[in-house]
Design a protein around this ligand. Structure first.
Ligand code: HEM
Length: 335
């Protein structure tokens, strides 16, 4: 099915799937932080199409993104970290997410389970694996690495103890300017320490209380966003020297609209059914401004959001140098 934009603008035409299913996160012309949480799997209609009906989203970048993840892990094994007490939570995530993905994509994947014995088929990777829940040796790699080779999301585990959440395990190869290796072992408030405003506005403490009250099996989600030069998934602190200078250079680049991407994270929060640990999934979507501009409502909204965003938030998001050039292009009549 294709979407036709029929508001009479010059962009009228059939939109490709990458635009139709993009999780455009803005509903107003300005943006502030909030504890914007909603139930998972709720379909959201946008000006171009819709997104959100699945827990795990498999898209046209599936094989490319997973290849990129392996390359990052090869270069830097510190992108996987797990404190020993999180082992049951990791197996709980394997036993929860693989069947969920098979249910959502029955033509591509299947999961069969008898007691602890499981069979996983993934036709996208021509893969068939038999393994035993709880037996690390039965998988080709560690359970966390294996899970990260099947889903595009970054994976974080939080342990709930002392009325707080602790980031005690994760596989994060596509971080937006943070570091799993630095954050592992921290609690929820410490993890959010660099974020401006959220302490004053009590967003993080309210979010933590919300997450602590989730019941086993509960699944919620929120979106977050920033911008990235090129379709670069790995913008973690560890590779800062590789990408930081692009944030200045892009301002003078005539190809700014083709290279600058809106980066949207669809983040799922799942209370795992057996271990009661909290699973935090971060799925990164990138769409260049030239594609955003094909949807007139998105072009205007993003243009206004970028122009209006307060300095401290623009600074923290790392977009301060180019946000004016981006918003000028989006709001110009021929942009
Ligand atoms: C309802 C739940 C949550 C809310 C409201 C929330 C809020 C936020 C906000 C507003 C930011 C700043 C983002 C930006 O401007 O780019 C942020 C960053 C971040 N969040 Fe959350 N968050 C939530 C859940 C989580 C969870 C469960 C984790 C997992 C530990 C997490 C880890 C992070 C990290 C690592 C950063 C980047 C911090 C840095 O710059 O070092 N968040 N969060």
């Amino acid at each position: 099915m294709s979407t036709i934009i029929t508001d009479g603008s010059p962009e009228t035409g059939v939109l490709p799937e990458r635009i139709r299913r993009f999780p455009f996160p803005f509903t107003a012309d300005s943006y502030r932080y909030s504890a914007n949480v909603e139930p998972a799997r709720k379909t959201v209609e946008t000006a171009a199409g819709s997104w959100g009906s699945h827990l795990l989203d498999v898209d046209e970048h599936y094989l490319h993104d997973l290849k990129e993840r392996e390359a990052v892990l090869e270069r830097d094994p510190s992108r996987i970290a797990a404190l020993p007490h999180m082992r049951p939570a990791i197996w709980d995530a394997v036993a929860t997410l693989l069947p969920a993905m098979a249910e959502d994509y029955p033509d591509k994947m299947s999961f069969e389970r008898s007691g602890s014995s499981c069979r996983w088929r993934n036709t996208l990777q021509s893969l068939e694996v038999e393994f035993t829940i709880g037996d690390d040796e039965s998988l080709p790699t560690s359970p966390l690495h294996f899970l990260g080779s099947q889903i595009q999301d970054d994976i974080v585990f939080l342990d709930a103890r002392q009325d707080a959440l602790w980031l005690d395990a994760g596989l994060v190869t596509f971080a937006a300017d943070w570091s799993l290796g630095f954050d592992v072992g921290m609690n929820f408030l410490e993890v959010h320490h660099p974020v401006p405003r959220v302490k004053e506005e009590r967003i993080v403490s309210r979010a933590e209380q919300f997450l602590l009250r989730l019941q086993p099996g509960d699944q919620y989600r929120r979106t977050n966003w920033t911008m990235t030069v090129d379709r670069r998934l790995d913008t973690s602190t560890e590779t800062y020297p590789d990408w930081a200078q692009d944030r200045s250079l892009i301002v003078e680049d005539v190809d700014l609209p083709g290279r600058l991407h809106l980066r949207v994270e669809v983040q799922h929060m799942i209370r795992l059914p057996r271990s009661a640990a909290l699973l935090f999934l971060i799925r990164t979507h990138l769409l260049p401004l030239v594609d955003i501009a094909k949807v007139p409502a998105w072009r205007k909204t993003l243009g206004h959001v970028l122009a209006e965003l307060p300095e401290d938030m623009a600074e923290y998001k790392g977009i301060i140098r180019y946000r004016k050039a981006a918003s000028d292009w989006l709001l110009s009549t021929n942009g």
